[in-house]
Design a protein around this ligand. Structure first.
Ligand code: 5GP
Length: 194
């Protein structure tokens, strides 16, 4: 059996900036490796298969659920599944690295419960719901009903912040990245949260 390691979970509503922060941390800490989730959503922009996500069909996803290959999974948006594969975490731990996640709020809380004592769970907080909506709209990756669905989910998710170990304010990206670096450094070096 693989020796268990540590996990760092970044969760937030879509558009709060967690992906940017996680990408920044990956450039700073060679001790970290990104957990590539599986998803049934189509590729977006320049996303590479097996780097941003494992892009798979719904049939394949359902098959993996049946085989109990997921540590957690969710229908994040209606008809669109996302999930963390057990093999992904084990692959990273085998290298002696810490797993870093970019995951939705419910998935993040699920992992926090499951790996209690090994995980640091961070909620990335945007300045306001209005700013979040502006960012999601400006991103231009979703429109119409899909965008509306992201807004509704985001509003609900903002209420989950207190359930995380840490709330990281992302009002200014540079400040948030610097703060995230401090948190990660401390957690890796001392097992210390905050
Ligand atoms: P997007 O479509 O914008 O890449 O992701 C939509 C949401 O799904 C984001 O909040 C993202 O963090 C989340 N997500 C990505 N991978 C996973 C996963 O493995 N499990 C869960 N529960 N959510 C995920």
């Amino acid at each position: 059996m693989t020796k268990q390691g540590k996990l760092i979970i970044f969760s937030a509503p879509s558009g709060a900036g967690k992906t940017t922060i996680v990408k920044h941390l990956l450039t700073k800490f060679p001790e970290l490796e990104f957990s590539v989730s599986a998803t049934t959503r189509p590729r977006r922009g320049d996303e590479e298969n097996d780097k941003a996500y494992h892009f798979i069909s719904k049939e394949e996803f359902l098959h993996l659920i049946a085989k109990k290959e997921f540590v957690e999974f969710e229908e994040v948006y209606s008809g669109t599944f996302y999930g963390t594969l057990r093999t992904e975490i084990e692959r990273i731990w085998k290298k002696g690295k810490t797993v870093i996640f970019d995951i939705d709020v419910e998935g993040g809380l699920h992992l926090k419960r499951k790996y209690d004592g090994q995980a640091m769970a961070i909620f990335v907080q945007p300045p306001s719901l209005e700013v979040l909506k502006e960012r999601l709209t400006a991103r231009g990756t979703d429109s119409g009903e899909k965008l509306k669905e992201r807004f509704i989910k985001a509003e609900k998710e903002l209420n989950y912040a207190p359930r995380f170990d840490i709330i990281l304010k992302n009002y200014d990206l540079q400040t948030a990245c610097a703060e995230a670096e401090k948190l990660v450094k401390n957690f890796i070096a001392n097992d210390c949260i905050a």
